[in-house]
Design a protein around this ligand. Sequence first.
Ligand code: GDD
Ligand code: MG
Length: 351
Amino acid sequence: MKAILLAGGKGTRLRPLTLHTPKPIVPIFDRPFLSYQIGLLKQLPEIDEVILSLNYQPRRLEETFGDGSGLGMRLRYVVEPSPLGTGGAIKYAAKGIDDTIVVFNGDVMTSVDVAAVVALHKARKAKATIVLTPVDNPTAYGLVETDAEGNVRRFLEKPKADEITCDTINAGIYVLEPDTFDRIPKDTPYSIERGYFPSLVERGETFVAYVERGYWIDIGTPEKYRDVHRDIFDGRCPLGPAGISSGQPVVAPDAKVEPGAVLEGPCFLDAGVVVKAGAKIGPYTVLGRSVLVEEDARVDGAIVWPNARIGRDAAVGAALVGRSCYIGKNAEVGPQAILGDKTTLSDFTKA
Ligand code: GDD
Ligand code: MG
């Protein structure tokens, strides 16, 4: 069985972080995002290949994951000539496949039991099975109504406030039968949410819902990107590095915390991090590979990508700090700041 990960979006809402790092590989703690999804798919022994459906910066993803041997899963890259939308991308990536396919939106973090979803799909002999999750406000998602037997009765993408009839939304995880792809036009943009799913309902095909009540989040905005780290620290999301939800600092073996530096848990320091004497790392801080925090600097809940340097006496709130940034001496960075890669803040700057 094959899986397709839709990883072609531009991640506009996460700019500037996604200017040089496509959304599917933004780091969550010490790993690129998609490695969590591939971890979930590995629970299903039938899946022998994961196809990454791409069009934006495909080389960056190939450089990150290669043939997948580092992850223990065979990977194949399918690059669209131009963005084909979610439905067009699935059809394009599924060329030549006639067996059941598992599809993931490339930006959802979840603990769903994929094997149970596939088992339901097979037991119900469904044409399509979709994972749903309850949310407070469905307007940013695909609203999905079901009947008492768990069949999908209505799919409405990005409903207006007065169109909301239930709290279950499309979680972006599907099991699909390729013999239904004939309705997806070839080589033109087509939305699976606005076209294919409503057409299954209209034609009365077996379209089944699997409601997931465990952890689920779409990481596509800065707020959600922050939330997913907090949720992992607080144990609401059962993924992430070993021991991460213990409330204690988790420090990679070769990170260096000088005597006189203070770490307040929960926090995470990846390999090669150096925290100098007098510096203080507050709760919910994530320091990526080889980040340097100089004497007496304070970092309070920021997510700092690899190779950034935080100068002496600087104070960084719960900001998002891109790769290789330099925050000058005594600079102050507020909790709402989002600094793109290689941003340089001169000494005493307030951002
Ligand atoms: N290959 C490819 N080509 N991938 C694409 C394209 C494309 O043209 N357009 C979007 N994608 C990928 C994105 O990278 C993302 O992983 C996924 O498809 C969904 O696109 P988003 O842009 O993130 O959509 P959304 O978050 O507004 O809504 C979708 O996800 C919600 C759950 O998070 C919809 O599927 C909603 O129905 C759903 O509720
Ligand atoms: Mg999304």
